[in-house]
Write a protein that binds this ligand. Structure first.
Ligand code: NAD
Length: 351
């Protein structure tokens, strides 16, 4: 990959985005990587401290909701490739403030598409808009079955509805304006740098501080989990080898009921913190279910597995241990992100 692309990655200061930015900056020195992020509560430049001085990396603080700013950035930096990850990403927040999700996830995506359409149509032959999405757009599964790339969209939360809307617009710009795109829909990610409102880092933080572990409903919700670096590797592969105008599902071949996952996490934490057996489990506290809660998500990742020869590099047990180690070694990071605004939000949610 010797091309010298000017490369826009949005949301690169967030959880998944920071892993994607690092991978591309290190692996492709020929690419000039521009990380555009508005630094919401979820964006944190600490996530990229180790690469911030690399010559092929530049951070741009900007909001994708500002159409004029976005188009000017396309003009100024001549982006030819986009990987779009910036989003409001937390389902619980989408239930209390759905409008923010429509703004960033739908209108923000539209602003990027419009800028790409306007600039690219006149200037470049070689261009690609890669949109990162979620398996939640497919809705909920029963006890059996898997989501494939052909599964109908059936989103149930304001978050998944907004992501579904953005997926549709990306596809529509491809069909209507010949904008070359690719979309991937991935299952739940976990790993270093995830904001501790999401299940695994929330529970790691609560176990460290011996606070209750709020489990929704009966804890029988089932999710497929993927280590974030494996998601970043899949994105790299799809970006370079995937077919344009297509969708790829990415999953961990790794389904867990919440309660089983939480018990496993409690065991790992007891061991790492030298606490007695079952000590963390005692913190489990069942709380009122989330409205519109999807029962089960599971991904059929055979297309990416067979066409692009991708599979996860770590087992769930390995990935979970790496994740716990990272949070225990980065207690300053954790302390900083759970102060201030986050505390206010957390109080409203669970207390
Ligand atoms: P995140 O919340 O950790 O990060 C989102 C980033 O986007 C933050 O850095 C934030 O500052 C930035 N951002 C938000 N609004 C913005 C705006 N208006 N303008 C510019 N930047 C803005 O999210 P994540 O978990 O890393 O998810 C990244 C992407 O992957 C999202 O599109 C999400 O839908 C998708 N996804 C996430 C998962 C998961 O399990 N976390 C799974 C599948 C797909």
């Amino acid at each position: 990959y010797s091309k010298n692309y000017n490369f826009l990655i949005t949301g690169g200061a967030g959880f998944i985005g920071s892993h994607v930015v690092r991978l591309f900056v290190k692996k492709y020195p020929n690419y000039k990587i521009y990380n555009l992020d508005s630094l919401t509560y979820a964006g944190n430049l600490e996530n990229l401290k180790d690469i911030e001085n690399e010559g092929n990396y530049k951070f741009i603080k900007a909001d994708i909701n500002n159409a004029e700013v976005i188009i000017n950035l396309f003009k100024k930096y001549h982006f030819q490739r986009v990987i779009h990850l910036a989003a409001e990403s937390h389902v619980d927040r989408s239930i209390t403030d759905p409008v923010a999700f429509v703004k960033t996830n739908i209108l923000g995506t539209m602003n990027l598409l419009n800028a790409a359409k306007q600039i690219w149509n006149n200037e470049y032959d070689d261009k690609l808009f890669y949109h990162i999405s979620t398996d939640e757009v497919y809705g909920s599964l029963g006890e059996t079955g898997l989501f494939t790339e052909e599964s109908p969209y059936d989103p149930n939360s304001p978050y998944s509805a907004s992501k579904a809307g953005s997926d549709h617009f990306v596809r529509a710009y491809g069909e209507t304006y010949d904008l070359p795109y690719v979309i991937s829909n991935c299952s739940n990610n976990y790993g270093p740098n995830q904001f501790p409102e999401k299940l695994i880092p929330l529970f790691i933080n609560n176990i460290i501080n011996e606070k209750p572990l709020p489990v929704y409903g009966d804890g029988k919700y089932t999710r497929d989990w993927l280590y974030v670096k494996d998601h970043a590797a899949a994105i790299d592969l799809i970006f370079h080898q995937g077919k344009n105008m297509e969708t790829y599902n990415i999953g961990g071949f790794n389904e867990w009921q919440n309660i089983d996952l939480i018990r496993l996490l409690c065991k790992v934490m007891d061991k790492k913190l030298n606490r007695s057996e079952n000590e963390s489990e005692k913190l489990i506290s069942f709380v009122k279910d989330r409205p519109g809660h999807d029962k089960r998500y599971a991904i059929d990742a055979s297309k990416i597995n067979q066409e692009l020869n991708w599979k996860p590099s770590v087992t769930f047990e390995e990935g979970l241990e790496k994740t716990v180690d990272w949070y225990l070694q980065n207690d300053e990071w954790l302390k900083n992100v759970v102060s201030g605004d986050y505390l206010e939000y957390y109080k409203k949610q669970y207390i």
